[in-house]
Design a protein around this ligand. Sequence first.
Ligand SMILES: [Zn+2]
Length: 213
Amino acid sequence: MRIVLLGPPASGKGTQGRAIASRLGLNYLSTGALLREAIETRCDLGLAAEPILARGGYLPDALMEPILGEWLDRHDSKNGWVLDGFPRSLGQAHYLDQWLSKRAKKIDLAIALVAPYEKLVSRIRSRVECPDCRWSGKTDELVLGNCPVCGGAAKSRQDDDEENFKNRHTEYVAYTLPVIDHYREAGCLFSVPATESRDAISSNILAHIESIS
Ligand SMILES: [Zn+2]
C-alpha cells in the first residue's frame, strides 16, 4: 500500500505516520526528520535547507524532488510506504504521480489530518521537549516545571515558536491545500479530524485502510 499523509504543522502527522507504518509493515519517510538530520551533519542539503526552515518556509520543489526520487528508488518495496511531508505542493504531487505511473503504480490512499488553526496554535504553545533526555510532551505533564523523566529543564521545541508556526501554516494553506483537492479528485482521499486522541485517530485511519484493502 502506498500512502501519503497530509496535514498542517502540529496536526500529529509524525505520530500517525509512524503508527501506520509500523502496524502495516510499510517503509516510512518523514522529510522533516530527514532534513533535520541533514542540518545536523552540515551536508550541502542541510546548509541549503537550514535558513529556509528556520523561518518556517517550504523548500523549493527542485530541491525536494530529487531527494524523494532517491528515497523511493531505495524504499519502494512490495509492501509499500507512508510519506510524511511529501508532496507539499501540486508540483511535487505531479512529480510523484509521474514517478509512479512510469512504474505502472499509483497512490492507494491520501490521508488528510484536519484541525482548526486555533487548536494547532494551542498545541504548539503547550508542546515541550527535554534537552537532556529528549522526552517530549505537554506543559501539564511537567513536574514542578521540569522533565517528568529526568528532571531536566524542559522547554519549547525550537521549531515551535509561534512566528515560525504561522509561516508554516500560511505555506500549508497556499501550497498543500491544492494537493488535498488533487487527491480528492483522484478519488483516494480520506479526511480525518485530528482533534481527537492519537489512539482514536489511529483507529479511525486503520479501520478505513481495512475497509479499502
Ligand atoms: Zn528529561
